[in-house]
Design a protein around this ligand. Structure first.
Ligand code: IVH
Length: 669
C-alpha cells in the first residue's frame, strides 16, 4: 500500500472504531461483536507499530498512551468553572424563582432541570475537533491537567464527530463511577486487604487522580457532558439545546433531563427524581435547576462564585453522625467473626439505622474507631450501612479501643487468626451450625420449603442438631417440641425435608457452604467434575486449571475436602438418602429462552452484549434490536436507554441483570 492509501486506510479504520465505540458507550446499541471490535483495534495497532510516524493524538490506540507522571501540571480554565448555590427545601426553590423573576423578567419561567451527579467536575478542551486538554475543576480557576487519564475514559470522544469542527470547544461535565463498578472495585480491594473507598465519588476522584494512566484505565469511569462554555456563537440559545447538541458531537448526556415551565413543575420534577434516586446506576445528590435561556442567563449574571441563574436542590444526605455504643461480634457460617457496630439509632434519608458493618478488625484499627466515639455513618441505597470513621475532635478520652475476643462469643472456644480474619474453630459452635443450616436449606441450595431461620434456631437450641445431616434424622416427636408446630405443619415440614433429598450436583456443592464457593463457582465445579467423587478427590492443580477458579478458592476447597469432619457429614448425607442426580438423569428441560425474543438495553456488568447474545441463542432464544409487542423480555443493564420506558408501556417482561444471569444458569426466578 502506498503512503497515501495507507493514510486513507488508517483514517477509515479510526472512524470505524470511533463509530463503534460511540454505538457501544454512548448509545448502548452496539452493531458489532466485541471480537469484531477487537479485530479492528488490533489491525490499527499493528499498522501504527509499523508506521509510528502516522500515530496521531486522536487515535483510539492513544487512550492509554504515555507513562506515569511525577505530578499533574496545572490547568488554568479560560472561563472559570463556577459552583452552585444550594436549595435545601422547596421553600428555598421558590425563593430562588422569586429572585430570578425579580431581577430578570416575568417571562423567565422555563428551567432546564438535570439530576445532579455526585462525581467530579472536569473541563475538556477540543481544538479543531481534537481533544487536546482536560482538567479537574480545582478551585474553579485552576485545576489539575489530567488529560492522559481522561483519554482512558471511553465515553470521552478523542475527536468530535463532525466534519466541520469548531476552532475551540470547551465541554464541561462530570466524571462518575457507576455504583456497580464501585462495588466491584471495593470487593477487590477488600480481598487484597487494601483500604476501601468511602463512596463512588471518592473512588472516581481517586481513580482520575492517578499518576499512572493504566490504573485509571482499569477502573471503568464514565463522563457525562452537561454544558459548553459560551454556547451562543454555536447558535445555541438554551441549555436544553446544548444538551441536545452534545450527543451529536459524540458525548453522553443525562437522559433524565426535563424542561419545566414555572417553579411548580420544577418542584414536581425534583420530587420525582428524589423518589427514583436509588434507581440511577450512579449516585446523584440533587437536581440542578438552570434558567433555560442562555440570553436570560447572561442578563442575570453571576455572583462571586455562583451564577444567579441556577441552583442545586440538594437531597437529604445519606450520611449522619451518631454514637458507637458497642461492638457486637457476630459469628458467620464459616466461623469468621465479624464486628458489627451497635449505634445510637439515627435517621439517615428517612430510615432509622442502629447497626452498621465495621468490616474487620484491621479496618477498625486503620480507621481508629473506638467504642464510645462519635462516628460518621453512611447508608447508600441497598447496601448495608457502614461506619466510615470516627470524629476525633469529639473525643472525651473515655473511648475504648476494641480488640477481637480470643474466645468465640457464642461457644467460648478458641479463636484463631487467619490472615485479616478471625475464626471460631469449633465447627459445632451453635452460631456456626445455625448459619450453615440456614444456608443449606436456602432456596438456591436444598430449597427446603417451610424451614425458616426461626425454626432452625429452635432446632439448634432445643433439639441440639449439630450437623446439616441431622436434619434428615428429625422425627415427628422431635418437631413436636418446637414452638408453633402442630400436626399438619410437622407433616408438611417432614415432607419437604424428604423432597429435598433429590438434588443436582451444583446445588449440593453450593449447599456445603465452602468458603468462596458461591452459586456460579459451584456450577463450574459441577460442570467440570460431573460426580461428587471426582470433586472430592480433585487435586489443587486440577482446581486451579478451571477458568475462574483462583488460588483462594482452590485453597478453600482443598481445606474443606481434607477435613475429616466435613467428609463424615457428606457420607452421612448420602447414607440418610440424599441422592445426587447425575447430569444424565437430570430431566431434560426446554431451554429457558426457547423461541423467545429477547432485547437488551443498558450495560451489563458480567458480560458484553455479544456474549449475552451467544448465551441467549444457546438457550434457544433470538436477540432483537428493538422493543415491539412481539418482544418476550427486555434485559436491563446499567444506564438503560429509552427501550425501558417503551417496554414498560407495552407491559413487556423486564429482567434486571441478576435475574437474567440466574436464568442463564437455569435457576428459576
Ligand atoms: S452546572 C454554573 N450541571 O455540581 C453551573 N453542575 O456546585 C455549574 N454538578 O462541581 C455547573 N451535576 O460538578 C451542573 N447537571 C449538572 C451537574 C453539576 C453535577 C456539579 C458540578 C459542580 C457542582 C456545582
Amino acid at each position: 500500500m502506498g503512503e497515501g492509501n495507507l493514510k486513507k486506510h488508517i483514517k477509515k479504520l479510526k472512524h470505524s472504531i470511533e463509530y463503534h465505540n460511540y454505538r457501544y458507550y454512548i448509545l448502548d446499541a452496539p452493531e458489532i461483536s466485541d471480537g469484531e471490535y477487537d479485530q479492528l483495534m488490533r489491525e490499527l495497532i499493528q499498522i501504527e507499530k509499523e508506521h509510528p510516524e502516522l500515530i496521531t493524538p486522536d487515535s483510539p490506540t492513544q487512550r492509554v498512551g504515555g507513562g506515569p507522571l511525577k505530578e499533574f501540571p496545572s490547568m488554568i480554565h479560560r472561563i472559570p468553572l463556577l459552583s452552585l448555590d444550594n436549595a435545601m427545601d422547596t421553600q428555598e426553590l421558590r425563593e430562588f424563582h422569586q429572585r430570578v423573576i425579580r431581577q430578570g423578567r416575568k417571562d423567565i419561567t422555563v428551567y432546564c432541570c438535570e439530576p445532579k451527579f455526585d462525581g467530579l467536575a472536569v473541563e475538556l478542551v477540543y481544538e479543531n475537533g481534537i481533544f487536546t486538554r482536560g482538567g479537574t475543576r480545582g478551585d474553579g480557576t485552576t485545576g489539575e491537567d489530567v488529560t492522559q487519564n481522561l483519554k482512558t475514559i471511553k465515553s470521552i470522544p478523542l475527536r468530535l464527530m463532525t466534519d466541520i469542527p469548531p476552532d475551540l470547544l470547551e465541554v464541561r461535565g462530570e466524571v462518575v463511577m457507576y455504583k456497580s463498578e464501585f462495588k466491584r472495585l471495593n470487593n477487590k480491594r477488600a480481598q487484597r486487604g487494601e483500604a476501601l473507598f468511602a463512596n463512588p465519588r471518592n473512588s472516581a476522584a481517586g481513580s482520575l487522580r492517578q499518576l499512572d494512566p493504566t490504573i485509571t484505565a482499569s477502573r471503568s469511569l464514565m463522563f457525562f457532558a452537561y454544558a459548553i462554555s459560551e454556547p451562543l456563537p454555536f447558535g445555541i440559545e438554551t441549555q436544553s439545546q446544548a444538551l441536545k447538541m452534545l450527543p451529536l458531537f459524540g458525548f453522553k448526556v443525562n437522559p433524565d433531563v426535563k424542561v419545566c415551565k414555572g417553579i411548580e413543575e420544577v418542584i414536581d420534577f425534583v420530587a420525582y427524581v428524589e423518589k427514583r434516586r436509588e434507581e440511577f446506576p450512579y449516585e446523584i445528590d440533587g437536581v440542578v435547576v438552570k434558567v433555560d435561556s442562555i440570553r436570560y442567563q447572561e442578563m442575570l449574571g453571576t455572583k462571586a462564585r455562583a451564577p444567579r441563574w441556577a441552583i442545586a436542590y440538594k437531597f437529604p444526605p445519606t450520611q449522619a453522625t451518631t454514637t458507637l455504643k458497642h461492638i457486637h461480634v457476630q459469628v458467620g457460617r464459616t466461623g469468621v467473626l465479624t464486628p458489627v457496630a451497635i449505634l445510637e439509632p439515627v435517621k439517615i434519608g428517612g430510615v432509622t439505622v442502629s447497626r452498621a458493618t465495621l468490616h474487620n478488625e484491621d479496618e477498625i484499627k486503620r480507621k481508629d474507631i473506638r467504642i464510645g466515639d462519635a462516628v460518621l455513618v453512611q447508608r447508600a441505597g441497598d447496601v448495608i450501612p457502614e461506619v466510615l470513621g470516627p470524629i476525633k475532635s469529639r473525643r472525651t478520652g473515655d473511648e475504648e479501643i476494641f480488640s477481637m475476643p480470643d474466645k468465640c462469643p457464642e461457644c467460648g472456644s478458641n479463636v484463631v487468626k487467619d490472615g485479616a480474619l478471625f475464626r471460631c474453630i469449633n465447627m459445632t459452635c451453635p452460631a456456626i451450625v445455625k448459619e450453615r443450616v440456614y444456608h443449606f436449606a436456602s432456596k438456591d441450595a436444598f430449597d427446603i420449603d417451610g424451614l425458616g431461620k426461626r425454626t432452625i434456631d429452635q432446632m439448634v437450641n432445643i433439639l441440639h442438631i449439630k450437623h446439616i445431616s441431622d436434619l434428615y434424622r428429625l422425627r415427628y416427636e422431635d418437631l413436636m417440641k418446637l414452638d408453633g408446630f402442630a400436626d399438619q405443619s410437622i407433616k408438611n415440614l417432614l415432607a419437604s425435608i424428604e423432597r429435598s433429598k433429590d438434588i443436582s450436583l451444583e446445588r449440593f456443592i453450593y449447599a456445603l457452604g465452602i468458603g468462596h464457593v458461591g452459586q456460579s463457582i459451584a456450577q463450574d465445579l459441577a460442570d467440570y467434575f460431573k460426580t461428587l467423587e471426582n470433586f472430592l478427590s480433585a487435586d489443587y492443580d486440577k482446581l486451579i486449571a478451571i477458568p475462574g477458579i483462583g488460588h483462594e478458592v482452590a485453597d478453600s476447597i482443598k481445606v474443606f475436602c481434607k477435613n475429616k469432619e466435613n467428609l463424615k457429614v457428606i457420607d452421612d448425607l448420602i447414607s440418610m438418602g440424599v441422592r445426587i442426580k447425575s447430569r444424565e438423569t437430570q430431566e431434560k428441560k426446554e431451554p429457558v429462552f426457547s423461541n423467545k425474543k429477547v432485547c437488551f438495553t443498558g450495560t451489563l456488568n458480567a458480560m458484553s452484549r455479544s456474549q449475552a447474545k451467544i448465551e441467549v441463542e444457546a438457550l434457544g432464544g433470538h436477540v432483537v434490536e428493538s422493543v415491539s409487542r412481539q418482544l418476550d423480555c427486555l434485559v436491563v443493564g446499567d444506564a438503560p436507554g429509552s427501550k425501558l420506558k417503551k417496554a414498560e408501556a407495552l407491559g413487556i417482561k423486564i429482567l434486571d441483570e441478576d435475574a437474567f444471569l440466574r436464568l442463564l444458569k437455569g435457576v428459576n426466578i
